[in-house]
Each structure stands twice: as C-alpha cells, then as structure tokens.
Design a protein around this ligand. Structure first.
Ligand code: FAD
Length: 573
C-alpha cells in the first residue's frame, strides 16, 4: 500500500458502522440533507444487530410505566448506570418502537392487534417487544431499507483502520477497501463510531466474527480514554460447546434450568424470580453449579435448559429459530428434551465514553471536537455494570438517532480541517508491516491463546491472582504479536491480513478489561471477584476512565456516577 494511491473523500459526516446505531444516525443526517458516508467492513445487513433474537424494551402495557423501566434498568446496572441517560432512553422507548413500526417493522402481535410483549430477566413487567425470535433482523432490514430510501451512501467492505485525531479534534478516518486494498481518507466535520461489540476476545462467545472492537483500539491508540471496560456481560444461555446464543426469550417464555441432580437450582440463587433473575446472577449460578460438580454434558460444563413443559405451539410460533439452532448444533429438540447451555461472553457494557449528546469525552470533563459514538461500542452508561436483556437494541436505535440529531445541531459550529494524504501514513505503515513481517508466530494460534486465557482468567469469576496472571499473559502475547507472519500476500479480500490487524485490536482492548477488573476490588454487576465478593459503594460507585500509555501501560482515573431518583440499595431478585 502506497501513500501516492490515497484518495481523499470529503463529507459533512462520516459514520463508521452500519448496524442499528450507525444506520439510525446516517438516516437522520441524510434526510436533513447532510452529505454522509457510512463505512462498514460488512454489508450493512450482516451487522451483528441482525443476530438479535429476543426483543426490544418499551413500557407499552397498561400496568407498566416508564418509571418502572427506569428502576429496573438502574437496579440491573447495579447502580452504576447514569440515571439521566437512563431516563432519556426509557422515556424515548415507546416513541422509538412506534418510529420503527411506522417505518415498517413487523412486530409480533397480541390477539387484540397490539404489539406483543414478553417477559425478560430483571424486569418487573413484561416489556420486550419482539418479532418472533428474529427481532434484530426485522429492525435491521427495516431501517436499512428506509435509510437506503433516504439515499445514504454506503462504502461496504471498507475497513476503517485509523482515527485522524490531532489537537483535540477528529477530522475523519483512514480506511481501505477490502476488495482491492485501495487506501482512502474520509475527511469530515463530524465522525461517528458505531462499530458494535467486542465479545470475540473470549473463547466461548455469542458474537459475530466481526465483533473485534477495532474502534476501541483506534481510540485507545490516540491516548483517548475508554470507560468501564471491566464490565463484560456473560449471557446465561449459550449453547453448550459453541456459545451460540439461545435468547433470553426462552426463559421469558418459561424455560427451567436443572443441574445434574435434577434440581431446579435457581431457587437457591434467586428465590423470587428464579430463571428470570438478571443475566449476571443466572450466569454465575450456572457456573457455580458447574464448579461444584453438578454440571452436565460431555464435559460436565453445562446445565440443562428444559422447555418441554411449554405448549408446543408457543415454541413453534415464538421460538422457531432457537429450536432450529439447538437441533442443528446439538441434535436436541427442545419440544421433547432438555438442551445443554452454559454462560457465553455476550455484550460489552464499557466502551468509548460519551456525553448524553453522544459526544466523545477526552477525559471525565473535556470533549473531543467533531467526534461522536453510539450503540454498543460507546459507553453512555445506560447499562452500568450489567445490561438488562432487550435494552441494547433500544440503546442502539435511540442513541443512534440522538447522535444524528446532536450533529445536526453542532455541524454549523464545527470547523472542517482539510486532510492530506500523509494523514493515512499510520494506516499504511500498519498494513505494510502486517503484510511483510516475517516472523514465526501464527495469528489463529495467538488469537486462540488470547481467547482461552481471557475466558479462564478474566471471565465470569475473577481474582487478584487470575487477573495479574492475565496481565502477564497479555504482555507475552503483545511481544509474540510483533513476530507474526501471514501467508497470503494478495491485495484482494486478504482475510489473513484483516484478522492480523483485528488481533492487534483485541489485544489492546483486552488489556483495558483486565486492568479495570484488577483495580476494581469489589463485585458489581457482571464483574465478580471471588476475593472481593461484595459491592463496595464507598470506594467503587464510580466509572473507570482508562488510558493507554506507551503501548502497554494503562493509567486509570475515576469519574462520578450520575445518581438520581433511585438510591443504591442491595440488589436481590
Ligand atoms: C446473538 C445476539 C443476540 C442479541 N439479542 C439481543 C436482543 O434480543 N435484544 C437486545 O436489545 N440486544 C440484543 N443483543 C445485543 C444487540 O444486538 C447489540 O448490542 C446491538 O445490535 C449493537 O448494535 P450496533 O449498531 O452498536 O453494532 P452492530 O450491529 O454490531 O454493527 C457494527 C457495525 O460496525 C461495523 N464495523 C466494525 N468495525 C469496523 C471497522 N473496523 N471498519 C468498518 N466497519 C466496522 C460493522 O461492519 C457493522 O456494520 C444481541 C447480541 C447478540 C450477539
């Protein structure tokens, strides 16, 4: 890749990511007449948003309320969620559903024609609106169609590789075309990152292969902070072995969990709501049963999920994809027999810190000019230490739109700083280094070591010892990464090269997860320390802001949580 070949494209706004968050933002901006480019390494319809099965929350039923939705979200977050943004999102939820519906999203219906809702974990009332068990796909197809109709300009199969950041301001990104390695700069007044989650750092995970946290690393390499990275959600029901998701909709529709002794063990851990406790609680319960020798399956590392007592028609109508998944990957038919499940890395509560207007923060008190983020890659902190099921599609759609609106307000006051081809140098150097480096380490092998060690030592249960060991391990993997070699030297769809760059990104953000977890000597939400089992509000009711220095050292500071109406109290289910 050569600097002479760099093309420079000029836009008002460049959006990186074409999942629900990116498309929602791009649609707002394009409809308002702003010249907007959407850069995505996948075709938009392959974004992970399309894999969401279970639902999207809104307090729609008569016995539910925005206040209850807020309370459940705050409690679910283990009081780390910022209550001002939680209020915004929960208030905006019913309108977000109606907006999606008006665009053509075909929600499932009750007999009286109203939008159907189902119960989800950690919720006092059923409020997950759904489209069978393909909710994300329905949303993504709908919004993509409508954004396309509005005329969004998509650069798909383009890989965003570097953030153009200088003097407190972002002027766009450097990217290359995966088809032919054409390098380019997308130069804009405003840039939005909407690049989704990063569960691929774990061995057993529910995430798409593309969820490698590229944007987090691009931000971190500029010395900008990441927030609350220690909070990684493990979903209770991944298919045993593969981690492929069996949506919470299964428990919502009434599934039971059993250990090897035939005991419905959730009675011990969450006596009131049992299987419908929040995700962190159920995941830990499953892993505790396994740790104490009551696991099932070929390696005794799973538990049974039983749906055979549920009406056949409900399963066939409301959970058809889940049934297919279990038949395909386990040969087990949930109509007749229990399936095997265990915890799977699923969602990232932490990310790029943003204000309630989705502006990226340079520190707890300062902003980066011209830079915004929304959706799973961001940390606006509506989920705090643990996200409730069906709140994430909502976050992506609601704050994706909010990011678009905020930019429309800001655009006139943002300056355009013209990019030069040399601004692509960092990307070109990285690309050429990966292609030509001639060491003896293999990317798939290093990635597997990363995933195994993250699962073992920075997973559902953590200790000072395990996290310190993982810091050492990451140091070793960084060194070995410098010594990689790839075989494919072509410039056309070079997935070897792409995966090598992505592994570099995964190493970076993993370091934040581990360091954050090591310093947070308490248990809160998804972060559980065997050696500090209690929540410690006196010392840790605060957000972590962490910054990468010298390539491998992490510096941390803390920021206040926005509290409000709901005072921290013990969290039981
Ligand atoms: C299996 C599964 C089921 C889920 N079920 C639910 C559910 O029922 N309810 C719920 O609320 N939430 C659910 N979630 C979570 C929810 O789907 C996601 O958090 C949400 O869809 C994220 O949307 P997003 O727009 O932020 O990112 P995504 O939809 O992940 O999109 C990310 C985009 O960024 C692009 N991108 C990334 N890196 C680069 C790069 N370097 N260069 C160019 N482009 C890049 C990708 O191409 C993609 O277009 C589920 C998640 C999973 C994994």
């Amino acid at each position: 890749m050569n600097i002479e070949d760099v093309k420079i494209y000029e836009y008002d706004v460049v959006v990186v990511g074409a999942g629900l968050a990116g498309l929602a933002a791009a649609k707002e901006l394009t409809e308002a007449g702003k010249k907007t480019a959407v850069i995505t390494k996948l075709h938009p319809l392959r974004s992970h948003s399309g894999a969401a099965q279970g639902g999207i929350n809104a307090a729609l039923s008569e016995d539910d309320s925005v206040e209850l939705h807020m309370f459940d979200t705050v409690k679910g977050s283990d009081y780390l969620g910022d209550q001002d943004v939680i209020e915004m999102m929960c208030k905006g939820a019913p309108e977000t559903i109606r907006w999606a519906e008006r665009m053509g999203a075909a929600f499932s219906r009750e007999k009286d024609g109203t939008i159907a809702i189902r119960p989800f974990g950690g919720q006092s009332k059923p409020r997950a609106c759904y489209a069978s068990d393909r909710t994300g796909l329905t949303m993504l197809q709908t919004i993509y169609e409508q954004a396309d109709r509005a005329g969004i300009e998509v650069f798909d199969e383009w890989y965003a590789a570097d953030l153009l950041y200088e003097d407190g301001k972002v002027k766009g990104i450097a990217a290359f075309n995966l088809r032919d390695s054409q390098p380019a700069i997308f130069n804009a007044k405003a840039t939005i990152f909407a690049t989704g989650g990063y569960g691929r750092a774990y061995k057993v995970n529910s995430n798409a292969h593309a969820n490698t946290g590229d944007a987090l690393s691009m931000v971190a390499r500029k010395g900008l902070p990441l927030e609350d990275m220690e909070f990684v959600q493990f979903h209770p029901s991944g298919l045993g072995g593969s981690g492929i998701l069996i949506s919470e909709a299964a428990r919502g529709e009434g599934a039971w969990l059993f250990n090897s002794e035939g005991e419905r063990f959730m009675k011990k851990y969450a006596p009131n709501v049992q299987e419908l406790a929040s995700r962190d609680v159920v995941s830990r319960a499953i892993m505790q049963e396994v740790r104490e020798g009551r696991g099932v399956g070929p390696n005794d590392d799973a538990v049974f999920m039983d749906l055979s007592h549920i009406d056949e028609e409900i399963i066939l109508k409301k959970l058809p994809e889940l049934r297919e998944l279990a038949i395909t990957f386990q040969g087990l038919d949930m109509l007749k027999e229990p399936i095997l499940i265990s915890a799977t890395a699923h969602y990232s509560m932490g990310g790029i810190p943003v204000t309630k207007r989705c502006q990226v923060r340079k520190s707890p008190t300062e902003l980066v000019e011209g830079f915004y983020a929304a959706g799973e890659c961001s940390c606006i902190s509506v989920h705090g230490a643990n996200r409730l099921g069906a709140n994430s599609l909502l976050e992506a759609l609601f704050f994706g739109r909010e990011a678009g609106k905020a930019i429309l307000e800001d655009l006139d006051s943002l300056s355009f700083s013209k990019a030069k081809t040399k601004d692509a140098q960092t990307m070109i150097d990285e690309y050429n280094w990966v292609k030509n480096n001639n060491g003896d380490e293999r990317v798939p092998a290093l990635r597997e070591e990363l995933q195994n060690s993250m699962s073992n030592d920075a997973g559902v249960f953590r200790t000072e010892e395990s996290l310190s060991r993982q810091i050492e391990k990451l140091g070793e993997l960084y060194k070995r990464y410098k010594n990689i070699r790839i075989d494919d030297k072509s410039s056309t769809f070079n997935t070897d090269l792409q995966e090598a760059i992505e592994l570099g990104h995964m190493l970076d953000f993993s370091l934040f997860i581990v360091k954050g977890g090591l310093e947070r000597r308490e248990s809160r939400g998804a972060h559980y320390r065997d050696d500090h089992t209690e929540r410690d509000d006196a010392n840790f009711l605060k957000h972590t802001f962490a910054t990468l220095r010298d390539g491998y050292t992490i510096e941390q500071e803390y920021a206040e949580v926005v509290l409000g109406h709901f005072k921290p109290e013990a969290r039981t289910y």
